[in-house]
Design a protein. Structure first.
Length: 673
RNA sequence: GCCAACGUAGCAUAGCUGGUAGUGCUUCGGAUUUGUAAUCCGACGGUCGGGGGUUCGAGUCCCUCCGUUGGCUCCA
């Protein structure tokens, strides 16, 4: 007999050799939602045989651990279905991921989304067969035999497994896969799967390797949870900033202007201006100096900074002077030759700036600096241009031209910690004001291979420590990531997720030892000697484009009153109230409120319907009652009403709400009925 | 850049196996003067992303370019 500790802390005696699954059934009953068992804190298959005293808990398919197991098993089921329908296809890897699972296949060519249906049908068929999923331990030679026809699996066996250690395979029906597990005990657990998309991937994520076909899917423990997951995905799509940007007329991207080049339309420009003003206030308070610099700079500048030609591929091509261009054309110079001459420095030209640092550096070095000038904080809403790959461009979150809320701080080494902290605080103030608490902080440190970094390692230690301390002060979860540092210094990034779960880096604070070196920046210290400053790059929003894109989704287009493109939309009920409506409209505009007036002859229902899509913070309904009492009826976005409010009272409340940047418009108390 | 899918008026959409584009909303004109998510009538608006090809004939088939979407790769 063995003694097993159960989830409630009690112990029970069982016959030696009982399986984990049998104990789970004993604990949870026959009808349970567990997919595997936790034995002594380790995930195990139900079939795991218990030989000695231990603790056992069921892992529910609704838990994070359980859903991962389901996804992993579903990936196997997918591979089984694919290989039965496409015998030539070779499964490579198929892991669970955050929102579902995928499996990559080699030799599955010309497979498109239209083919998913049949595969999914096959998966359901296999699930319904209730195939037992069996774990089998194999030796190296057995493995090599089993996977002899699949070079990808052989490569994994060779690379990942210790010589002679062997490993497990999982078999369901006549299909098996190399895997550590654990897995569900039967394919019947995988009834609620949906295949979602097809894409490509490279073997081991390396572009120079062969291209594989990747199939994505989702799986849920029950029909109901699958349904709710699917509808949640539908809901998320509705708040996609690309859709809302169009509906709310916030921005436009035009083919004729170019991919990834944002045209800020009037309503979007309001949001951006309000945000910029908001940041500017804080910059002034924190002792920043705002500067302006041009959108281009000489090639030489970027040769010095190292951006040209090293990052040539991710920049717009250089602009060459007219006469030179004509001369080269006459000589029949090819593009390749031109490029070589520019790299060699034989031809001068200009570049659209891919970052603002060199320009700011030139402002620093335009004067002799002393330690008394430091820290020098130069800020600019600086527009930069980068040649992002065409397939990467997306809405406002990944674009080719964008405006960073950029700043560069020139500091002494002693000042790094304090200044990094100051930058972080700014990010936090802004996030807090916007109610954005769902973000992740990543501290990027150097990795073991120190040869690729510039700067002395003692300096790095200090800077890394400063970043850690700053992250700590935030009071939110943060993670260190080795190897995530830039080659020139450690950094702190703020990362948020968009509606479809993709992560985007927003704010960033980076310590830089490299550029001061390259540009030979100096300041005179109190000791009378010349010293080299350190630079801190920081952009609390990242870029206005990306940040606004994320904000649109964060608020689902329902911006706080201070940001809303239309703050008040006045709707008259009939033409009897037109004069009163206009008077109020004028008064609001005089008070600096963004007000719009609809005094047309549509029905009030239609006016509400039409104007609602622009999500004004409030609508004011003006009918006979309001006119005769000099009041307004305030309609909130959710339809709640607050009628009979004296206009001056409404205006002062509204101004206060704007002034204090209240995150959710709240002049109308929620009505439950 | 790579793989896959897609691209019809401002927006949302119909258009089967090829025979010269329908609808709703918006907009405009008229009627109506309305109390909270669709009042009625009428009109304007597309040559089907661009170019080329097959065909007697293409939105519908083929090629190519551009763009969009989902991934991959990349992101100083």
């Amino acid at each position: 007999m063995i003694s097993v500790t159960l989830p409630d802390g009690s112990t029970n005696e069982y016959a030696t050799g009982i399986t984990a699954g049998e104990i789970v059934i004993d604990i949870e009953g026959r009808k349970h939602d567990c997919v595997a068992a936790m034995v002594n804190g380790e995930q195990k298959d139900f079939s795991a045989i218990l030989e000695s005293d231990c603790s056992v808990t069921g892992i529910s398919g609704f838990d994070d651990d359980g859903i991962y197991i389901l996804r992993h098993s579903a990936a196997h089921l997918l591979a089984q279905a694919i290989t039965s329908l496409y015998p030539d296809a070779k499964p490579t890897i198929g892991p669970p991921v955050d929102r579902g699972f995928y499996y990559d296949f080699a030799d599955l060519n010309d497979f498109g989304e239209a083919d998913l249906k049949a595969v999914q049908k096959k998966m359901h068929e296999l699930a319904r067969k209730n195939l037992t999923v069996e774990r089998i331990e194999c030796s190296d030679t057995e493995l090599e035999d089993l996977f002899a026809s699949n070079p990808y699996k052989l490569e994994i066996i060779k690379d990942k497994l210790e010589e002679g250690a062997g490993t497990s395979i999982y078999q369901q029906g006549d299909w098996y896969d190399l895997c550590l597990g654990p897995h569900v005990h039967s394919t019947a657990k995988l009834m609620h799967v949906r295949l979602t998309s097809v894409s490509s991937a490279f073997w081991r994520g390396d572009q120079s390797n062969e291209q594989l076909t990747r199939i994505y899917g989702i799986v849920e423990p029950t029909k109901e949870s699958l349904k709710s997951t699917m509808s949640a995905m539908e809901e998320a799509k509705k708040r996609d900033h690309r859709k809302l940007g169009k509906d709310l007329q916030l921005f436009h991207v035009d083919e004729d202007v170019g991919q990834g080049l944002i045209l800020w339309t009037p309503r979007g420009a309001i949001v951006r201006t309000c945000l910029q003003n908001f940041i500017s206030e804080h910059l002034t308070r924190q002792g920043y100096h705002q500067v302006y610099t041009p959108h281009i700079g000489k090639l030489d500048l970027y040769r010095k900074s190292g951006h040209f030609p090293y990052y040539q591929d991710s920049q717009y091509p250089p602009l060459v002077e007219k006469d030179m261009m004509a001369k080269l054309a006459n000589e029949g110079c090819t593009c390749g030759e031109l490029s070589n001459m520019m790299i060699a420095g034989d031809i001068e030209g200009y570049m659209l700036k891919p970052m603002n640092c060199p320009h700011h550096i030139k402002i620093y070095s335009s004067q002799a600096r002393s330690y008394r000038d430091l820290p020098l904080r130069l800020a600019e809403f600086g527009t930069v241009y980068r040649w992002e790959q065409s397939g990467e461009i997306s809405g406002m979150t990944r674009v080719r031209g964008f405006t960073q809320d950029d700043a560069h701080l020139f500091v002494t080494e002693d000042q790094i910690a304090k200044e990094v902290l100051g930058c972080i605080e700014l990010v936090q103030v802004i996030f807090e004001a916007l109610g954005m608490d769902d973000y992740r902080v990543r501290v990027g440190l150097r990795d073991a291979d120190s040869s690729k970094y510039v700067g002395a390692s003692e300096k790095w230690d200090l800077a890394e420590e400063a970043c850690r301390a700053a992250a700590d002060s935030l009071g939110v979860n943060w993670s260190e990531e080795e190897g995530e540092a830039a080659f020139y210094g450690p950094k702190i990034d703020f990362v948020v997720k968009d509606v479809i779960g993709r992560e985007w880096q927003l704010g960033t604070v980076q310590v830089d030892y490299n550029l001061p070196e390259r540009f030979e920046l100096e300041y005179k210290g109190s000791d009378g000697e010349m010293h080299r400053p350190v630079m801190i790059h920081r952009a609390p929003f990242g870029s206005m484009e990306r940040f606004c894109g994320v904000l649109i989704e964060h608020f689902a287009g329902k911006f706080p009153t201070w940001l809303a493109p239309t703050q008040i939309h006045i709707l008259t009920i009939s033409e009897k109230q037109v004069d009163f409506g206009r008077t109020i409209h004028e008064k609001l505009k005089d008070a600096g409120i963004r007000s719009e007036l609809d005094d047309g002859d549509d029905t009030i229902g239609k006016k509400i319907r039409m104007r609602r899509k622009f999500q004004p913070a409030y609508m004011l309904i003006i009918g006979d009652d309001e006119v005769s009492n000099n009041t307004v009826s305030i309609r909130a976005r959710n339809g709640d009403q607050r009628a009979g409010v004296q206009f001056p009272e409404f205006l002062s409340e509204l101004l206060n709400e704007i002034d204090t940047k209240v995150a959710v418009p709240s002049l109308v108390p929620p009505q439950n009925e």
